[in-house]
Design a binder for this molecule. Structure first.
Ligand SMILES: [Zn+2]
Length: 348
């Protein structure tokens, strides 16, 4: 049957969401994707920047299509070990500091050991600081600190735990799959997109649908800091189909159920011809889709174009509510994305 494999997509996504991959520390997540590619029988290679490329079987020798999605996520890095033993952080990627207040986190030390903690305001207790004083506080990276789940009250004691400046910090994703089919988690941007890319490959292989053109899956690892797909896109690529999240909320036409086709973001319009083909295919397959404009948004497509890639670039993906905070989407949005990717890659 030529339909997405719901169990495969959900199980892979839940496993990927449990695998920390803050920008700059993505090897374990890349290895996981590599393992799934191998199970599907796909050949893969790593680029020097340690992103991953997989090749799908295709019918002919022609310019290639590359389907790009990023495995890296938001996170943080230890900037300073404070005199009280707690940690001051610097952001990885762009988000509101308020969106991580109260979040559990994990610090990975140089030896690979992990220490858990909680992100708190430096003046967090209402019994000490009073509501009036606390109401005036806005969260910023200077008044946030990590309270470690270890006995430390000094810089020395924290250093003895093996923690050092430059250690990566990942957020607890608090992933939940609900009975109604919603997935609530941090980092659905863009792990839902990675699941859609891999889900499309799985569907094509299982149903023996061969890609019309040579096709690569490109899993980038530095998107959240802007230069992910700036390098490593296979040289014979003439079309780059980026799979990334669609922001859902006020003023947006995207939703958590259909597949979104982005027509413009902060980098300008996406390719008109690709958009027209995507719309035609979505209509022919009766897939619920939304055309949308993302104002405060850039993607791996933007990164590739500004780096000088000479290819047409399109962007589609699942709708994500509360992006770059505690996000949510519905499995249907990922399944509809899978179907549109497969329709695009197998069009005649
Ligand atoms: Zn993204």
């Amino acid at each position: 049957m030529s339909t997405p494999n719901t169990d495969f997509i959900r199980d892979f996504l839940l496993e990927l969401l449990q695998t920390p991959s803050p920008t700059g520390n993505t090897d374990v997540a890349i290895e996981l994707v590599e393992k799934y590619c191998a199970q599907l029988g796909l050949e893969t290679y790593r680029t020097p920047k340690r992103s991953l490329v997989a090749k799908l079987p295709s019918q002919k020798n022609a310019p290639a299509i590359t389907v790009a999605s990023h495995v890296d996520t938001l996170g943080a890095m230890v900037r300073e070990i404070k005199g009280n033993g707690r940690l001051k952080l610097t952001m990885l990627g762009g988000y509101l500091p308020a969106s991580v207040v109260g979040e559990y986190c994990t610090i990975e030390t140089a030896s690979g050991k992990t220490v858990s903690g909680t992100v708190l305001l430096t003046q967090q207790s209402v019994h000490i600081h009073g509501k009036a004083e606390m109401n005036k506080l806005g969260a910023n990276m200077d008044n946030l600190e990590v309270r470690l789940d270890a006995r430390t009250t000094s810089e020395e004691e924290t250093k003895e735990l093996g923690i050092a400046v430059g250690d990566f910090v990942s957020w607890d994703t608090r992933t939940q799959y609900t009975e109604a089919g919603f997935i609530k988690s941090r980092h659905l941007d863009n792990k839902a997109g990675v699941a859609a890319s891999l889900g499309a490959a799985e569907m094509m292989i299982r149903s023996q649908q061969t890609a019309t053109q040579p096709t690569y899956l490109y899993f980038s690892n530095y998107e959240e800091v802007g230069h992910g797909a700036a390098a490593g896109i296979p040289a014979d690529t003439e079309e780059l189909l980026v799979i990334d999240m669609a922001p859902v909320g006020s003023g947006q036409s995207s939703d958590e159920f259909g597949v979104s086709i982005c027509v413009k973001d902060s980098g300008g319009p996406y390719d008109l011809h690709m958009k027209q083909k995507l719309v035609k295919l979505a209509e022919a397959k009766e897939l619920p889709y939304n055309l949308d404009v993302y104002v405060h948004y850039g993607s791996d497509g933007t990164a590739a174009l500004f780096a000088g890639v000479d290819a047409r670039v399109g962007l589609i993906g699942p709708g994500i509510d509360a992006s770059h905070a505690y996000e949510r989407t519905h499995l249907d949005s990922i399944l509809n994305s899978v179907e549109l990717i497969v329709a695009y890659l197998t069009q005649t």
